[in-house]
Design a protein around this ligand. Structure first.
Ligand code: SAM
Length: 289
């Protein structure tokens, strides 16, 4: 038996569940699932199955369905249980609740009513992907799912030039190829990417490379399963010194050296000081050139 039935502090417990391998559950998560007065789940069948796999008995407790669109009914019920001194475990379909998953409105409802919200941390596909990516993790941005329409997606990708850090996005198998193709178009074929598929599962796969090569690999087989795409800092690779010089020459036709350097640094996601130093080495073009 891997769980203990305990008297939990009153509150809502956001319980992380595995993203593939059922054994990636924490002992504390099992304790909470075994002990909470009420269990709320994005998908009640998945929650029951997980408890079953780990031999956690449900007894006469209920598992209720909760999604952030569920409305005030189930949310009110959870808040009432917590307000009455009880405990509620919330699990999303996989991974950490609230991370591209429901739970936000539930947590707010409980905390706004003065109840406690606790985390039982565990798996999340974003963190698992960062851990295997080989890309810098000192700073990263998680953008969840990018927009479905091509124009909105391309404009979201263009904004990444300003982010000097690794970017993590989730994508469905239906759209992952389109995402990579847009990446090539907007950030260039040299943009470093890592595509993580089916992490912790039987067909786990991690492909690291340039966007231009990776999109070709996706063309060769039809994508299946769950994907996380990590994008390296595009500005570092996409812009060569020649690219920066040309942009500076262009900007300096109409702006003062410092303003031109700031404009170019902003557009290419580069450090202002370095671009300014480079600008100082250039001849200022004559007006109207
Ligand atoms: N809450 C989850 C978490 O903490 O990662 C994410 C839920 S979101 C609805 C589902 C998406 O997460 C999938 O479409 C995929 O992009 C990513 N994902 C989930 N499990 C994955 C896995 N095992 N391997 C790769 N990506 C995964």
């Amino acid at each position: 038996m891997n769980y203990e039935i305990k008297k939990l502090l009153p509150g809502l417990y956001m319980v992380a569940t595995p993203i593939g391998n059922a054994r990636d559950i924490t002992l504390r998560a099992l304790d909470i699932l075994a002990s909470a007065d009420l269990i709320a789940a994005e998908d009640t069948r998945t929650a029951r199955k997980l408890m079953d796999i780990h031999g956690v008995p449900l007894g006469d407790r209920q598992v209720i369905a909760y999604h952030d669109h569920s409305g005030d009914g189930p949310r009110g019920r959870v808040a009432t249980v917590v307000a009455g001194g009880g405990s509620v475990a919330y699990v999303s379909e996989a991974g950490t609740p609230l991370i591209a998953d429901p739970g936000y409105a539930l947590g707010r409802a409980v905390s706004d009513a003065g109840g406690a919200v606790f985390a039982a941390p565990g798996a999340s596909a974003a963190l698992a992907a960062l851990a295997v990516s080989g890309l810098p993790t000192d700073q990263f941005a998680f953008l969840g799912f990018l927009p479905n329409t091509q124009s909105a997606r391309q404009s979201a990708l263009a904004d990444l030039r300003k982010l000097a850090m690794t970017v993590v996005v989730y994508e469905s198998p239906k759209r992952v190829r389109d995402l990579l193709a847009d990446l090539v178009q907007v950030l260039g074929a040299d943009c470093p990417v890592v595509v993580c598929r089916e992490l912790t599962k039987k067909f786990e796969e991690v492909v690291r490379g340039r966007a231009g090569d990776v999109v070709q690999m996706l063309d060769e087989k039809s994508p299946r399963g769950e994907y996380v795409v990590l994008i390296g800092h595009a500005g570092q690779v996409a812009a060569s010194d020649d690219d920066i010089r040309s942009a500076l020459v262009e900007a300096m036709k109409t702006a003062r050296v410092k303003d031109a350097a700031n404009m170019v640094a902003g557009a290419m996601g580069l450090p202002k000081r370095e671009v300014y130093q480079l600008a100082l080495t250039l001849d200022r073009p004559t007006q109207g050139e």
